[in-house]
Design a protein around this ligand. Sequence first.
Ligand code: ATP
Ligand code: MN
Length: 446
Amino acid sequence: MATHQHGAIAATDAHTLSGEKETFDLAAGHELRIELDHTTQVAVTVHAGDAEVFGTPLGVGGRTLVVGPQKVAVYTMGGARVEVQGSPEVMYVGEETPMRQYINVHDVLQAQRDACGRGEAGADGALVAPPKVMLVGPTDSGKSTICKVLANYAVRCGSSPLFVDLDVGQGSLTVPGCVSACAVEHPVDVEDAVFPGEPPVVFYVGSASPSENADLYRHCVERLAGVVEERERRDAVAGSSGILVNTMGWVEGLGYELLLHAAEVLKVNTVVVIGQDRLHAQMKKRLGSGSGSGKVAVVKVAKSDGVVLRSKEQRQEARQRRVEEYFYGLRKDLMPVSQTAKIENLEVYRVGGGPKAPRSALPIGATSVSDPLKISKVGDFRDILNCMVAISHASSPEELLNANVAGFIYVQDVDVEKGTVTYLSPRDGALPSTLMLAGTYRTYFD
Ligand code: ATP
Ligand code: MN
């Protein structure tokens, strides 16, 4: 019931690749940008020099498959000869990239990790804290990509930061609707674009935007912060690697407030703002004025021209694909099973009093009484048709909101007359628990 899959054996080989071979001589600091759609894949071979994809090194002579629909850049620090086989939608050389800036940020963070690991004191006499870094920027600024770059560079230096993903819409560790964290111990797998390793710790918010229940989102971020603290307490060495926090692209109004809340509860001490002077100034003013252990470094880096914009539809499609991948695997190599159960044997809860009534609908002077963190048992399962339901690690309903989740099922069909529900489960056999938390976003797939 793991919440993410990885390490699948490449089922593809050279025979399934069509298209010409093309060789590129990349100059130092340039990158080859390759954009793939769902159906294409390319093989990249490095013949000489150094090449990496978002910080994951590609060995000389090795052949790396890039499976769609990915958009990647093969960057070289000192120059490289790279051969690409296949027919990508778009492929071109970017001569200007902010990679150098990102690597400079990494160098500062790594010095901090090392000093923290050695128990050194900083200029102010206090022990150097592990870098706790939050990446912020508008949608399509390259946040997730820079997280990969920084995580990969940390791993290459022998550190293992905790990657924390707070983006419920476009997160990279598990299905949509979650905040999650995993220790990064190996570079990102280029073929599948995933962080390999242990399954992440996951808390279920249940919607693809935190606006639906911002209190629940905050609550889940706080629980996740508890996991981070626990790791630091338990393992000082791992703790000195710090954390890298990916965030959502909603940086105005409530979105901005939620970023500040996350920075506070996760005790972030470095904020990296991508490409927006306004956000940088705002963040700096708000967070950068502390002193001592409350001091936050707010730095700005440029957005890469290579970042590919995604439409609303593409985002929605990407979410659906993540759900499909969860059940069927990245290479359609998993076998989920459809099972039918008696509704009376399941304990499915949902959070919040549903959508709050607009103020205008309430009697004058009254405030909405719905408690956003109230849990209630789902009575009519038709309400959760086509929803993802999280199987909780909780042992009682009271614990539901504080427990992380073991995995998910997808509600396929509800038969009210028979009192049964049919759901898709990642695997055969009994569910690890009958205590569950339903989400609200619906997804449809064949
Ligand atoms: P969101 O707001 O949706 O979370 P984001 O800010 O996290 O977006 P990314 O997901 O990092 O942005 O980047 C968007 C897309 O652009 C991704 O598919 C990524 O692989 C691609 N991309 C990023 N940088 C480059 C680059 N230098 N060359 C080619 N593609 C890139
Ligand atoms: Mn992202």
